[in-house]
Write a protein of this length. Sequence first.
Lengths: 362, 362, 402, 402
Amino acid sequence: MDFGLSSEQRMLQDAVTRYLSEQSPLGHVRDIAAAATPYSPDVATGLADLGVPGVIIPAEFGGMGLGLLEAALVAEALGFSVAPVHFAGAHVMAPLAILLGGSDSQQRAWLPKLASGAARAAVAVSQAVEGRDGVGVVARDGWLDGTALFVLDAADADLFVVADTTGALHLVAADAPGLTQIPLTTIDKTRSVGELRMTGVKADPLPGGGGRTTRRIIDAGRIMLAADILGAGTAMIEQAVAYAGTRVQFGRPIGSFQAVKHMCAEMAAALEPCRSLVWYAAHAFDHAPDESTLMACHAKSHLSEVGRFVARTSTEVHGGMGFTDLAGLHYWFKRIGLDRQLLGGPELVRNEAARVQGWIAV
Amino acid sequence: MDFGLSSEQRMLQDAVTRYLSEQSPLGHVRDIAAAATPYSPDVATGLADLGVPGVIIPAEFGGMGLGLLEAALVAEALGFSVAPVHFAGAHVMAPLAILLGGSDSQQRAWLPKLASGAARAAVAVSQAVEGRDGVGVVARDGWLDGTALFVLDAADADLFVVADTTGALHLVAADAPGLTQIPLTTIDKTRSVGELRMTGVKADPLPGGGGRTTRRIIDAGRIMLAADILGAGTAMIEQAVAYAGTRVQFGRPIGSFQAVKHMCAEMAAALEPCRSLVWYAAHAFDHAPDESTLMACHAKSHLSEVGRFVARTSTEVHGGMGFTDLAGLHYWFKRIGLDRQLLGGPELVRNEAARVQGWIAV
Amino acid sequence: MDLTYSAEHQAFRREVLVFLEAHRHAAPKGGGAAQRPSAEAVAWQKLLIAHGYAARTIPKEYGGYGAAPDILKSRIIGEEFARASVPPGLQSQGISMLVPTLLELGTEEQKRRWIGPTIRGEVIWCQGYSEPGSGSDLASLQTRATEDGDDFLINGQKIWTSTAREADMIFCLVRTEPDKAKHDGISYLIFSMKTPGIEVRPLVTMTGHGEFNETFFTDVRVPKSQIVGKRGQGWFVANATLKHERGMLGDPGQLESRFLALAELMRTETAGDGRIMDNPILRDRLLRLQAELAAMKFNGLRVLSASANGGDAGLARLIVKLQACELAHQISALAIDALGELGVLYESSPHLRAHGGWQQAYMFQLGLIIGGGTAQIQKNIIAERGLGMPREPKLATDWGRL
Amino acid sequence: MDLTYSAEHQAFRREVLVFLEAHRHAAPKGGGAAQRPSAEAVAWQKLLIAHGYAARTIPKEYGGYGAAPDILKSRIIGEEFARASVPPGLQSQGISMLVPTLLELGTEEQKRRWIGPTIRGEVIWCQGYSEPGSGSDLASLQTRATEDGDDFLINGQKIWTSTAREADMIFCLVRTEPDKAKHDGISYLIFSMKTPGIEVRPLVTMTGHGEFNETFFTDVRVPKSQIVGKRGQGWFVANATLKHERGMLGDPGQLESRFLALAELMRTETAGDGRIMDNPILRDRLLRLQAELAAMKFNGLRVLSASANGGDAGLARLIVKLQACELAHQISALAIDALGELGVLYESSPHLRAHGGWQQAYMFQLGLIIGGGTAQIQKNIIAERGLGMPREPKLATDWGRL
């Protein structure tokens, strides 16, 4: 019995963290955020060298063949550094969809390329999370029509994994005729989100891509977003504590004032148990299928709430400096803000958690 | 334009407050709380001398003929001193029911006696707030059958104002055959709540006692409970501030520690605007009928939330002493706890506020 | 509790309505923003001053309308201009902060020279108070003014100087007596932003906009005569000004319009199976905010009444900034949550709602929670001044003193 | 992340199950409460010690079972006894606090004399630490022990002495060196509650029950030999004990059973039109608590694992008391709200649900938030020891040092 990380798991996370601290410092994040596309090919290449795109792809397809817990550790490291690269959609949900729902030939065609970083996939499942007027993709005889919003990791994608109105999944090549890609600008300039419009687009359905697979990849995606918030929140608390230790007002470091100290303590007290929740949700995804959806919901909704509190409070600890662009703290603030809403806000996700437990009368 | 109290209004409130501080100090509250019936006849008599039972009863019936704002000021004073006497049911809702819904003869029969304190009335409208399995009073041809819970100001009542399942109101004499009275023990030993069981009880229906009258008296009752919380919360903050100013730990009054100071500031910041809300809700009850129900809901639900926060936080400021019976702070804590739940908890009341505004789709 | 207006005030309201009806066509489109006003806005301001709807209580000899203070008339003007969606008089730090300070503590020469052009929008001011190292602890400011004959030479840096890029003039706190106790060594100077040695750099905030600036001074030469109040009394002079800034935050009218926009959003926007308003959880949050808003609105009326009657609502006034900023922030937070995934869109994105204003407001209001005395400083003030709690040694004595 | 148990631990679990099956009929009904145990409970305790399910790691020579510490085995025992609803070994302040202290710092004579009878439930102890004037600032305690020949004469007052009415003995902090700095003048004494001069008065709390006492000492004569540790080192000795108390709060198993009772309440009780669980607003609150509970439960596992592996989970451990007490309080608050008007019923009222336990718990848990280091002290500890933030001069140095 050991509820904790193995040394291999720590090494993986440390490697990603170290790489990002060296190759994707705040200055680089700023540059990417100011550019047209919120995506850093350089960092993506560096992470590919570490094997990140193939973290959950089996070794037979050239991946690392690790579990969702390892993926969550990577996600946490990315959130910690607000790394301006894809992850939840491109490197977890998309390969998982192909692994769980793809035919042999689909797997052979795509997984090696996804594992090496030679191809990139984006994921369009937002309508399976929450419907919206005028949005939705209809499949008929292998052709797709309609609109998908909030496509995760959209920039620079070669392939789209698209859910239709029945929850079935399809592969769509980025250059398919009839497909229009529209970037969506969000508060967070470190993550790419897009819109797809389809008029008679040829699709390659995943034979095992029914509702169950969609459910699984949404669970996985939510755990990744939760882990991203965990990393971002950890970084914000660290920055707040560091700032409070050096910023002097009234002749004392502000961190020696009880009000500031307690703000930091409340953040840490709220966030620290989240670490174990994220670990367990990721572990359960692979090893405790009965609890998997419930834990994914809990991780996503709880981290969203705690993340909002940490984002706001750590900004307050920084005083006016937290509100400026100078400290750059807002990149983390916005990353948490984005993660909170994607794949369902906390109220929606908690409602799903109630359904899973049979707590909602039909 | 003057959003504030007149000098007459202040004098009324001061008179009640002064009387209670002299004649119903904490020691008296303790004695009543330890007794079988949570009701002090002595204090009730003293308050009758001040005219309290007739505060809203017109002068023609021997009352003071004042408005609901004056009643709210009295309620606040009673809450401030956790006075172990009736009010919301006996002296506001019951006379209001008879005023709004009673016939001339009913008014002549009861209002003078209620105004002088010679007779006491209790109010059984809980089922009109929220139904509950096995509870409810059915009226047939002037006879009542069934059970009513959470009868307000039940102890020592001569008369009950009872709502039936249609929301119509009836007068029932306390000595009517077939009527059984059962006291309900609550956390709060300063206020009397009871149960009525009726088997073929002769009732005297209020001719104007339909749903509209019931709605009005519930609104009024909620404003009174809100005012009671306001007074109790004010007293708790005062006690917390006083305690923090004298209790010394680590060589300083604990009130000089920022954590304690901020707890008090947060309580005051939350409660102080409630004062204006209660005033306005009471004013609107008489002078702005369109807003009356909405404001009554807001006052009740908001004071319930703020009251819970103040009750808990002021107890924390007192440290271990707040948890003991020594300081007696818990009488206020429990009074607020009772007020919060009676006539509907905050979620239920907010739902009504949504209905009143047409925000709930039918 | 009398919520009706007197006959005099009702008549005054009718006057305002008549004016609005007659002149609204002449109102500028953009409203009275902080930047340099357009010619149209300057003309509108002159008209308003002439009728007493701007610079109302400023004496005639300094260019104002010269009316006796009447807080209810000011409120009526505000209400009716807002209801008619007609821009009110110019709002700027010069008008709200410098002019009251000069009226209270300026020399006759300073009043005659600066008040008129300022209220007419001809001279734009910025405020030089905060420094990177002096936020909550404002009195620790380090910008130095050293004597050089009849002049001061100013060196240092200010931050949060909004409108510094547009401003003609600055009112500025500088340290003239470095050997004195920190509150006693400060002077209040006014000088031109055209003076050589001043450099202004935009300060980008988390909203992505450069609403503020940093302003750097290198050997900026200012005649000693341009001091307001006495040398070394700048802290006292600034307090007179800061009082006015404090009053600007937490306007319940603004809160109410934000709330109404949120309720409208929830009534009209759909998500999942129906209107957002049909989601009981989000609706419950909306109702909590509505109750709080009602409390703050009536609290505002109470503060106003007390003030109109020459009193002070004490605690009810002291809590306004803390509570109103928090409530505004919570309104924006709910709007973002109610929009679900759409809530993250920003700037010129497709599918954007309210021009991205909810996210913008969510961040800007966090800035307001921090600015003008952080929430922590506000709580100290409430506890110490409102509740009379004992001071913590050396904490927040500065803001707490204001 | 390995959530399975080793073969050794699985075998141990089977042993426990076999024991429970064979002996559960002999278990006492009431469980191991704080008061003086029944003869049945004492017999049960002896059986548990003999099998190593109580006093497991206490050396044989002092009456224990003498096993090597294995936190997972302790957990397995706890889990299986709880699952089988069989009362575990006696729990008392003597067993959880005094015995570890004696083991660490007692003389051989003290160990031999007191540990055996204490773990067997034959001697009951109470704790004399807090005083009316010394709560958070425990080291300021004023109960005096003055020398009189070979004895101390004790005068003063203690508070929060739970079980003082039943206790045979007390472990008590007294000031022996009034001239020394406050932490350095304290000694740790053990003496009989039958000693003349001791008066115990029940301390009624807000729940209406007398769970605690006040204990008064007037010229209570205690031989100097009954000191634990050295004279003037009582603060150090007490810290060893307080560490153990800290660990007793925030048991996730208890939290979970409270939560399950709440969920069951909401599934079965009706209000208005349907089950409480069908109220989306209350259900949403329930789900928030469930997520927090999950986080705390796994956090507990993490702390346990770190400890089992000889490490320390640091922050994850330091936050437990603060978060777990708050969560427990929130669970009770929701239960009260969910019950609506029924939620106010108490004691022996008709229509009472759960014997009034939700209100009782709501108040008692507020007491736990305050006791054993208030929430404010906990936050200081988290900030200073968990996050390494600078100390505020003179604040909470005492609890913070533990």
